[in-house]
Design a protein around this ligand. Structure first.
Ligand code: NAD
Length: 494
């Protein structure tokens, strides 16, 4: 089956006639569909359509825009199971997780629909008499939305829903590995009544992404993906001073203190390290364990990791699916080799799985390295696969220093029963997200999401913070005194 782009309210093929294939990473003989390998011209058409639609969409009252979002949330909820199955087939993660991905899109859509009746600004007293002062949010224009493959519906919803409720229009470019979920998502918006041109979908790779970061008609670029590509997007968009929102890589840490509930910590590290096959920006890829409980933790963690059932994500008995692509699998294999060379101890895993039913997919064993030191590459670089690096610490201070000692700053967590320890770590970890007695994953849509340092550029997704990406503040002064009043000068009279 061949899928088209969605431009100006119509499903259209790229005039280039070029297509790319989407295959199931659990079984590469399973062809899901062919999608448009769009060109810069296609992306330009989409930007032009979005710019035309902006002229009227920005003037639709926000509560009316929100009614469309409420309908979209209902349609998403009604199709949740179908979308979750499509997503497991094209992306590989297990059904329970793909249902969670669709649920996150539903939650975000309802949440942002609610914002249609808020979008609060401020009213403040003026320093002058008979003068009214307030601030309002105004839409910005056409937003490019460039997304990765690991949350094929949740991440687009984090960007597109706040963009729409604020009154912007959108050109959406999903990752080439998960275009079907993007098509499903845009069809929902079409069915919910989003007017032609307000949301446009252009499938394709770096060419399309580059055009969407540089086109003069684009005002906002919202990107989630790797730090390397995010840097390029930032550079490309800088020339025209576009507003750029970047959510990038992570190297997240779980810190386990000597008073921790170790069973709970093992549960958390399994979910944090191997959930989504480790392909989460918030994955718990580093675990720092107090030396007094290191051996006990390692025994239990390794035993539980060995017992994880790896296979096709559509099988309800499976706990960990494949890597998303051969390239991602090759990265994991390469990092296992790097870890061995660096002198870390391979405690379990370390091999590709390709026997029997797994032969056609990109499977890899859950892998744990022990005796890792903080400077090793496996402790510093984002692997984005089922590889966890264990390090020892002697104190909270040391754990925090190791935790903060990476280029990224997305998520961190601590396991302890001591409230003072928990609050100290909460204060001292320089990350955008922090958990106590829970792993590094588990974000909810009504709180800000994002990271510091090489993870982000100061913006946040989700919560009302997302509205700041997709709107500009306008301060308005209304003088009803009937005379000239000069701020900072005519303020003496009481
Ligand atoms: P990627 O950087 O390879 O691709 C992301 C998107 O950018 C894709 O749509 C891709 O086609 C597009 N792209 C590629 N080259 C481009 C260019 N030159 N200009 C513009 N766009 C271009 O990332 P990925 O492999 O899809 O996703 C994995 C990465 O995403 C990991 O690093 C992960 O940590 C990160 N991620 C971050 C978050 C977060 O919120 N911080 C969430 C999920 C994933």
């Amino acid at each position: 089956m061949t899928f088209n782009n969605y431009i100006d309210g119509r499903w259209v093929a790229s005039p280039s006639g070029r297509l790319f294939e989407n295959r199931n990473p659990a079984d590469h003989t399973d062809l899901i569909g062919r999608f448009q390998a769009s060109t810069a011209d296609d992306a330009g058409d989409a930007v032009a359509a979005a710019a035309r639609a902006y002229a009227s969409w920005r003037l639709v009252p926000a509560p009316r825009r929100a009614e469309i979002l409420f309908r979209a949330a209902q349609v998403l909820a009604a199709r949740k199971e179908d979308f979750a199955r499509d997503m497991a087939r094209e992306m590989g993660k297990v059904l329970e997780e793909t249902r969670g991905d669709v649920q996150e899109a539903i939650d975000m859509t309802y949440y942002m629909a609610g914002e249609g009746r808020r979008l609060y600004g401020q009213t403040v007293p003026s320093e002058l008499r008979s003068k009214f002062a307030m601030s309002v949010r105004q839409p910005i224009g056409v937003c490019s939305v460039i997304t990765p493959w690991n949350f094929p519906m949740a991440i687009p919803s984090w960007k597109i829903m706040p963009a729409l409720v604020c009154g912007n229009t959108v050109v959406f470019k999903p990752a080439t590995l998960t275009p079907l979920s993007a098509v499903n998502f845009v069809k929902v918006l079409e069915e919910a009544g989003v007017p032609a041109g307000v949301v446009n979908l252009v499938t394709g790779g770096a060419d399309v992404g580059t055009l969407l970061s540089t086109h003069a008609g684009v005002s906002v670029v919202s990107f989630t993906g790797s730090t390397a590509v995010g840097r390029l997007v930032n550079q490309h968009a800088a020339a025209a001073f576009k507003k750029v929102h970047l959510e990038m890589g992570g190297k997240n840490v779980v810190m386990i203190m000597d008073d921790a509930d170790l069973d709970l910590a093992v549960d958390g590290c399994l979910w944090g390290g191997f959930g989504t096959t480790g392909q989460r920006c918030t994955a718990a890829s580093r675990v720092v364990v107090h030396e007094r409980v290191y051996d006990a933790f390692v025994d239990a963690f390794v035993r539980r990791a060995r017992a994880l059932r790896v296979g096709n994500g559509l099988d309800p008995a499976v706990q960990m699916g494949p890597l998303v692509s051969d390239a991602q699998l090759a990265t994991v294999v390469a990092y296992v080799e790097i870890g061995r060379h660096e002198g870390a101890t391979l405690l379990t895993g370390g091999h590709r799985l390709a026997d029997g039913a797994l032969a056609g997919g990109f499977f890899h064993e859950p892998t744990i390295f022990g005796d890792v030191t903080p400077a090793m590459r496996i402790a510093q670089e984002e692997i984005f696969g089922p590889v966890v690096s264990l390090m020892r610490c002697r104190s909270l201070d040391e754990a925090v220093a190791i935790g903060n000692g990476v280029a990224y700053g997305l998520s961190a967590s601590i396991y302890t029963r001591d409230v003072n320890t928990a609050f100290t770590a909460m204060r001292d970890m320089y990350t955008g997200i922090f958990y106590v007695n829970a792993p590094t994953i588990g974000a909810e849509v009504h709180l800000p999401f994002g990271g510091t340092k090489a993870t982000g550029n100061g913006h946040r997704e989700a919560g009302t913070a997302a509205l700041d990406v997709f709107s500009e503040w306008k301060s308005i002064y209304v003088d009803f005194s009937g005379r000239l009043q000069r701020a900072q000068i005519d303020t003496q009279q009481l």
